[in-house]
Design a protein. Structure first.
Length: 395
């Protein structure tokens, strides 16, 4: 397929790629879309042929949404439901043959013809295509995540593996997606998952404060008991990750901070699991509890309580990450850490060190791969934060 991949047509290209034998001009029309803006300026492609589906696609809420943002979405949904999408200037059609299209595969998965919206999010190392899938009557059937790069394929595969594991347990107060289909399409890894409940009524304090009861539920479910961190498998994995870094400067800095953590963490600490990216925008309140999605970073055998610190850092620091402020936010979270009681390490400072080691073991290798320059500024800021915590001079 020939599609202009100028940044201005990024989303159009992403949608057109879902019909390998088609294009965005000429031939029989396979699907029509309009583009509505979203955070980051990329936008979401909504199916024009199903106003109900378009309306439902923008009626998606998370705990990060402010009251004005929710109101705007509700107004936009009402307008799309009566067909306003057809009047938007940013609209296009995918035309040509439907051979080997993703729509055909998804129709087979759900046993009926489908339409879908497409979002790609802002540019990042693990960017993937996320589809909300609708039936002919506009009801949501589920979601699909489609990779296409080594990193995004690995993330999709990880979530496809994590969700069945989580489904084996009862997690009080939490609603999680279920895997409906998993496999590959056009050499890209894909997982199709169920929708989870959401509501436009979110709690204001969730935009800043971690949901401790739900984090405690996940921690309790996968609790492994205490261990000395320098003797743990987690320590070995983290040290090996830092030692394998190609950049000698970052390798030395990260390893020095990890050594300081080992000196400070003498007492055994509890180990459990963590979601890995528990943030306000990955969860939503509903009348019966809390929905939580994006489980691609789920892991077990990690120091307990790390989700609390990750939530605080992301919820309270927007835009660029400054090391002094980042460390201040993490230290301000002491009361939340202590509220988890014996589930977590007794010393909150040790908790901060373990979190920074864990998140840098994720970010530093990604920075050395394709597209890693996007993540490098945040990673370097977190590495400096780790040095500030360790009271080591930053290079």
């Amino acid at each position: 397929m020939s599609v202009d991949r100028d940044p201005a047509t990024e989303l159009v290209a992403a949608v057109a790629d879902l019909w390998p034998a088609a294009d965005v001009a000429g031939g029989a029309v396979q699907a029509r879309f309009c583009v509505v803006p979203t955070a980051g300026g990329v936008g979401t492609a909504l199916p024009l042929d199903s106003p109900r589906a378009s309306a439902r696609a923008v009626r998606r809420f998370n705990a990060a949404a402010t009251t004005p943002a929710v109101a705007k979405r509700l107004i936009l949904a009402a307008a799309l439901r009566v067909g306003v999408g057809r009047m938007l200037p940013a609209s296009f059609a995918v035309t040509g043959a439907d051979t080997d299209s993703l729509a055909t595969l998804l129709g087979t998965v759900f046993g009926e013809p489908v339409t879908f919206s497409v979002a790609i999010g802002t540019a990042r190392v693990n960017r993937k295509r996320v589809l909300e899938i609708f039936g002919a009557d506009g009801r949501t059937l589920g979601f699909a995540k489609l990779g296409g790069t080594a990193v995004s394929d690995a993330d999709v595969a990880a979530e496809a593996a994590a969700l069945p594991q989580l489904a084996e347990h009862s997690l009080p107060g939490l609603s999680l997606p279920r895997v409906l289909w998993s496999g590959s399409w056009q050499d890209a890894r894909m997982v199709v998952i169920s929708a989870v409940p959401q509501s436009p009524r979110q709690r204001r304090h969730d935009r800043r404060d971690p949901p401790l009861p739900e984090i405690a539920a996940l921690t309790d479910t996968f609790a492994e008991g205490p261990a000395t961190i320098v003797e743990s498998d987690w320590w070995k994995r983290t040290a090996e990750t830092f030692d394998s870094l190609a950049d000698p400067g970052r390798r030395g800095r990260a390893s020095a901070c990890l050594a300081r953590l080992g000196e400070r963490a003498g007492a055994p600490v509890p180990f459990s699991a963590w979601h890995g990216d528990w943030t306000p925008w990955n969860m939503a309140r509903h009348p019966n509890g809390l929905s939580l999605w994006d489980w691609e970073r789920f892991d077990t055998g990690v120091p307990a309580g790390l989700d609390v610190l990750h939530y605080l850092l992301n919820a309270r620091l927007s835009g660029g990450l400054e090391p002094d402020r980042a460390l201040g936010v993490l230290r301000d979270g002491e009361s939340y850490w202590r509220a988890l009681g014996e589930r977590v390490a007794g010393d909150p400072e040790v908790g901060i060190g373990m979190y920074l080691a864990e998140i840098l073991a994720r970010y530093l290798p990604l920075c050395e791969g394709a597209g890693g320059d996007i993540l490098l500024p945040r990673t370097d800021a977190l590495l400096t934060t780790f040095e500030l915590w360790a009271e080591l001079p930053s290079l």
